[in-house]
Write a protein that binds this ligand. Structure first.
Ligand code: SF4
Ligand code: SF4
Length: 440
């Protein structure tokens, strides 16, 4: 198989980054001068066990897929897995995989940090892994590449339902299933006023209701009490959060001292950004634009670092959003990056983070429950970075699981979307295609 053939199979299958922003994988595969492919199995968010489920149950499949990529791309493949996940390491190694053993700290799975640990290279500020000759993909993305090699598109996502539910579990879930159905399948909430997190308790997306759909990027649906620290931070309106940032920041710099991107050597100092915001000073463009270097790991917020219960992370999100909206593309000085000398002493052990979050009671290893059976799905047309896909089916069409239902627009960044169940197309909107399962 040639690289072009591999890329075309992956493009057709609609594979996108399953562990992050959903960047289309076929675009990553077009990179040239790649000598290393790192598979991210760090699963560093507390409470999550999805990638471990995959590595334990599909180790041989993952290694076979990685070998196919390695022979086509001519690069070495290494899996980054935490030392504490010894069973996953053993399974991958027994199947012939090369594993880089990571320490148990957060956020070891940030691709910049992972590359430093596994390959000894640091991505330049504002750059990408390909700028240091590497590609990083999550374990589930590799699984989906493996399926693409067999001509099978992305139709399901492995999703953990955990936190305050009766029977936590991991399911293979058809895309477009509403989160509430999964919470129901997990026995329902065990707290009176639940809130819902799409993802982990540090970087996940907060929702008041469980009416959001499972997408190619969904890893977990966590149910948390509405009075949990995560809910308090994420629920705060942006205006209140910015006002608090202006009046309450005492410039102690605790946020910068633990900032994972600062410690890796980037010129990102969240306390300086907070100061610039306090004085509404756009005269410090280089400080404000440094928010673009933030991985949104959330260590700087009151969840872990800030004694004043502020969230530099959310301030950075606001700045990043505004810059993107205005089309501002920050320029970073091209320079070599070196980890700061104090980094080894400032890494945040996951155990300490867990005890700070106060979510230890929810840390249970859930069983894999197989495939989730859906009666109806609302499959989003945008489950990836780039433009929404364009429907290629009509109302009342009969579709089979795996049929192409929406196409990546010509000459645009994006991904194909396929039917996740067999059935009747019930609704087509600018945002989703709804399918009702045959016979239900
Ligand atoms: S830790 Fe909090 S109070 Fe201290 S500088 Fe950072 S944002 Fe300000
Ligand atoms: S979220 Fe905070 S700690 Fe994490 S990279 Fe961004 S500024 Fe640094």
């Amino acid at each position: 198989m040639t690289k072009d053939e591999l890329t075309e199979l992956v493009r057709h299958a609609g594979v996108v980054g399953a562990g992050g922003a959903g960047f289309p994988t076929h675009v990553k595969l077009q990179a040239t001068d790649i000598d290393t492919y790192v598979i991210n199995g760090a699963e560093c968010e507390p409470l999550l066990y999805v990638d471990q489920t995959l590595m334990l149950n599909w180790a041989s499949y993952l290694i076979a897929a990685s070998k196919a990529i390695s022979s086509v791309m001519g690069c070495k493949i290494v899996f980054g897995v935490k030392q504490k996940h010894g069973d996953c390491i053993s399974a991958l190694q027994a199947a012939g995989g090369d594993v880089c053993v990571l320490g148990d700290y957060y956020p070891a799975g940030d691709e910049v940090i992972l590359l430093h640990e596994c390959v000894g290279r640091i991505v330049p500020e504002g750059g990408l892994p390909l700028h240091v000759g590497a590609i990083v993909n999550n374990v589930e993305t590799l699984y989906n590449i493996g399926r693409a090699l067999e001509g099978k598109p992305v139709t399901h996502s492995f999703v953990q339902v955990g936190g305050a539910v009766l029977s936590p579990g991991v399911w293979s879930v058809p895309l477009g299933v509403e989160a509430s159905k999964l919470v129901e399948a997990a026995g329902g909430p065990t707290v009176d006023e639940p809130v819902f997190v799409d993802g982990g308790p540090m970087m996940g997306q907060y929702h008041k209701d469980a009416n959001f759909p499972v997408t190619k990027m969904t890893k977990a649906i966590l149910v948390l009490p509405s009075n949990s620290a995560f809910a308090r931070y994420e629920n705060m309106p942006v205006s209140v959060m910015l006002r608090q940032a202006r009046v309450a920041c005492c410039q102690c710099s605790e946020c910068t001292m633990v900032c994972s991107r600062y410690l890796i050597g980037y010129d990102l100092r969240p306390h300086k950004i907070m100061q610039a915001m306090a004085y509404e000073s756009m005269r410090l463009p280089e400080i404000v634009q440094s928010a673009m270097l933030c991985s949104e790991c959330n260590l700087c917020s009151g969840l872990y670092a800030c004694p004043m219960h502020l969230s530099p992370r959310r301030v950075n999100q606001v700045i990043k959003g505004a810059m993107r909206q205005q089309g501002v593309k920050p320029q970073f000085e091209k320079k070599a990056i070196y980890p700061r000398a104090e980094r080894p002493f400032r890494l945040v052990p996951t155990k300490r983070l867990m005890s700070r979050l106060g979510l230890g009671t929810y840390d249970v290893h859930p069983p894999f429950n197989g495939e989730f059976v859906a009666e109806r799905v609302k499959i989003p047309l945008k489950q990836h970075t780039g433009a929404p896909s364009v429907p290629v089916v009509s109302l009342h069409d009969e579709v089979q699981e795996g049929d192409l239902i929406a196409k990546l627009p010509d000459n645009a960044l994006g991904a194909n979307v396929h039917a996740s169940i067999s059935g009747l197309v019930e609704e087509i909107t600018s945002e989703y295609i709804a399918i009702r399962a045959s016979g239900l």
